[in-house]
Design a protein around this ligand. Structure first.
Ligand SMILES: Cc1cc2nc3c(=O)[nH]c(=O)nc-3n(C[C@H](O)[C@H](O)[C@H](O)COP(=O)(O)OP(=O)(O)OC[C@H]3O[C@@H](n4cnc5c(N)ncnc54)[C@H](O)[C@@H]3O)c2cc1C
Length: 152
């Protein structure tokens, strides 16, 4: 990272940004064509979990190339200034790299759905068989990630 003073060096702080983020952007690539897609997600033990339809462009791309990059952010605030240069953005963000795979077994899918739901809600949730048939789960095993903050 060029501006070292902005790096979040405490792994706990990096995880805290992930846990507070609402949306995750997953970057995929296939045949030299990039594709960035925003999704809701859950995080546990170094893995991201995403629920999705069983078909579509991102699933097709992951099947062909499992390498992904992701970005999440928290604590966003636009800061105004007297001149254009004094305007800014407070943020904490995380960018990481990993490998995506599809969770196929129903026990793993239910566990992943629980992780995703717990990201947004403290309430317990049930998943019908019909939903389980329709849903696919993407698991991203994170290899490396960095955290950065600005404006604090
Ligand atoms: C805040 C937010 C949260 C979301 N959470 C989820 C989630 O948890 N799970 C989930 O599966 N999806 C979620 N979505 C929708 C997601 O961004 C995709 O639209 C969806 O997953 C379909 O992706 P796909 O690759 O299967 O697209 P396909 O249906 O195969 O369509 C591919 C084509 O549609 C275009 N396209 C796809 N998505 C978008 C988009 N979001 N905006 C504009 N054009 C698009 C692409 O450019 C491409 O040309 C969320 C979207 C937003 C904005």
């Amino acid at each position: 990272m060029r501006k070292k003073e902005r790096e979040l060096t405490d792994p706990g702080e990096v995880e805290s940004v992930i846990k507070r983020a609402v949306v995750c952007r997953i970057a995929l690539s296939d045949n030299n064509v990039p594709y960035l897609v925003p999704v809701n997600f859950g995080y546990q033990d170094g893995c991201l979990y995403i629920h999705t339809a069983r078909e579509g462009m991102k699933i097709d791309m992951i099947r062909r190339n499992d390498r992904v990059c992701f970005e999440v952010e928290a604590d966003l605030e636009l800061t105004k200034g007297a001149t254009a240069c004094k305007w800014g953005m407070r943020y904490r963000s995380v960018i990481g790299f990993g490998r995506a795979s599809l969770v196929e077994d129903s026990e793993g899918k239910r566990a992943a759905l629980d992780i995703i739901m717990r990201h947004y809600s403290d309430d317990p949730h049930e998943y019908s068989e019909k939903l389980m048939e329709k849903v696919a789960i993407i698991r991203v095993e994170i290899d490396t990630m960095t955290g950065k903050q600005s404006g604090f």
